[in-house]
Design a protein around this ligand. Structure first.
Ligand SMILES: [Zn+2]
Length: 250
């Protein structure tokens, strides 16, 4: 009797868990969407509201597109092979504008300013059961910093105050890609974080119970430099890799 072949692949439990974990924590503003956000106090002892990440996107490992932390920003005195690659192609592929532009567009280091937020529930929406991490561009994060500065100059309660901070409205235009723009506006609506999150049986508000360390929540892939070489090779192809890194054996 022939063995009947069943469709599908074995489930990868770790990978599945990682994916759901990540989408659970990330707050994503969709095109055309507008939201009022309350920023929590910083999770870093430096007191900086934003944690800045530097990542190379769309790198490939085992066929999966992934982002890797830039080691110039997140390594400990380590050189970043992806940055080196992108610098060397200027000379190595001087005659191939299309290739150079594509590689820069897809993999140049991208910076994001991350903070922890709680979305203010809209009419008919339930209270937030957790906090989220939002990733903003420098221009958008600057607008939030300016509101903070204005509050300080005018001796107002800061927007990060857990009890009386004001909600900040962030809206995204309809465009995607390079056309994406965000507007940031102070709403003047002051509210306690306790009032917009659920409360546990023990009486602890969810924003306190599930308070995140922003840096850790991002789960940046900080690899050793030598581990990045095979990833670069898979991403750009073995031929291009060998031309740029003739001294590296995979
Ligand atoms: Zn880099």
């Amino acid at each position: 009797m022939a063995i009947r072949q069943r469709p599908g692949f074995p489930v990868n439990v770790e990978r599945t868990a990682k994916v759901t974990e990540k989408t659970n924590v990330y707050f994503d503003l969709k095109p055309g969407q507008s939201v009022n956000l309350r920023f929590t106090p910083p999770s870093d002892e430096s007191g900086e509201l934003f944690f800045v990440s530097a990542q190379h996107f769309k790198m490939k490992q085992e066929g999966q597109p992934r982002a890797y932390a830039c080691l110039r920003a997140h390594g400990v005195d380590q050189e970043c092979p992806i940055c080196v690659f992108l610098e060397r192609i200027e000379e190595v592929f001087a005659d191939n504008d299309t290739l150079r532009e594509k590689l820069h567009r897809e993999h140049d280091v991208a910076y994001r300013w991350h903070a922890q937020v709680v979305p203010v529930p809209k009419e008919g929406q339930g209270l937030a059961e957790q906090t989220y991490v939002i990733g903003l561009s420098k221009a958008t994060a600057d607008k939030v910093s300016k509101i903070l500065m204005m509050e300080k100059d005018n001796r107002l309660i800061l927007l990060t105050d857990p009890d009386e901070g004001q909600a900040i409205n962030i809206s995204r235009n309809e465009k995607t890609g390079f056309g994406t723009r965000y507007e940031v506006m102070p709403t003047g609506l002051r509210m306690s974080l306790d009032a917009i999150t659920t409360v546990s049986a023990a009486g602890v508000p969810a924003w306190e119970e599930k308070f995140l360390n922003v840096r850790d929540a991002l789960k940046l892939r900080i690899e050793k430099p030598e581990s990045l070489y095979p990833i670069i090779a898979e991403t750009v192809g073995i031929v291009a890799f060998a031309k740029v890194f003739p001294e590296v054996t995979l």
